[in-house]
Design a protein around this ligand. Structure first.
Ligand code: SAM
Length: 230
């Protein structure tokens, strides 16, 4: 099944177009996995199953996805997977990643590709990365979504500065950050490198301002400039 066929069948409410990965991001995930013939995959954050459907179609293998809020999405993710005939390959865990990932670790499961797109608060996302690292095979890949968010930008900066056994893989897409685990973690107990970045602070406070309170002339002007730049 191709991304085009998948997208023609996915049901995603137009009122919530911000939740799923963008079509070009889903196509990137599909092609990346297919080209490397990756099979063992795990995902945090399922929503309407846009990323999950592309992952399963690319691997044609079992895929584990966790999300405790499928009912907030009218169970459309599970419905979409069924419509696409991929339900036989989905192992869906209706639970928080902080419960599911340690359980998989205890069962000594290992993965080649882990997609983190669940809780976007900094601490939740860092914990997802912490477990993803332990669950990744050597040479496996971890992909973060929503690098426009300050939280994701900082988790990404942490990996780049503190985790020398991770190599950044360019995606050509500004909202995805991809890393390959290329060796063992050799840090000693005292290891720490500052990872605070100035990048994205402006956009973070800009978005907070734009999405808070009543609209006004400044917000309307900024929106016009944004549309104009697009
Ligand atoms: C941006 S959406 C995921 C979109 C999905 N990857 C796609 O492309 O279709 C984020 C999802 O993460 C889920 N989520 C939030 N906190 C979570 C957690 N702690 N563990 C697992 N999933 C979580 C939400 O319920 C939501 O469905």
């Amino acid at each position: 099944m191709t991304p085009k066929e998948i997208n023609s069948k996915l049901v995603i409410p137009s009122s919530d177009s911000a939740s799923p990965v963008k079509t070009e991001e889903a196509a990137f995930i599909y092609n990346f996995i297919k080209e490397r013939e990756l099979k063992k995959t795990l995902e945090v954050g399922f929503a309407y199953a846009k990323s999950a459907s592309h992952i399963i179609a690319a691997t044609e293998s079992a895929h584990i996805a966790c999300d405790p809020f499928q009912d907030h999405y009218q169970n459309l993710g599970l419905e979409n997977i069924k419509t696409l005939g991929l339900d036989g390959l989905l192992d869906f865990r209706n639970d928080f990643s902080h419960n599911v990932l340690p359980e998989l670790l205890k069962q000594e499961k290992l993965f080649e590709f882990i997609f983190i797109d669940g809780d976007h608060k900094f601490d939740g996302e860092l914990i997802d990365f912490y477990y993803a690292d332990l669950l990744l095979e050597e040479n496996g890949f971890v992909l973060l979504h929503d690098t426009w968010m300050r939280s994701t930008a900082l988790v990404s900066a942490f990996i780049k500065t503190n985790r020398k056994n991770y190599k950044e893989i360019p995606t050509g897409l500004r909202n995805l950050a991809l890393y390959q685990k290329v060796g063992k973690d050799e840090r000693d107990g005292m290891h720490f490198k500052e990872f605070y970045t100035l990048k994205s602070i402006l956009s973070h406070y800009g978005i907070l301002y734009m999405s808070s309170g009543e609209t006004n002339w400044l917000k309307r002007t900024l929106m016009k400039i944004k549309d104009w730049i697009k």
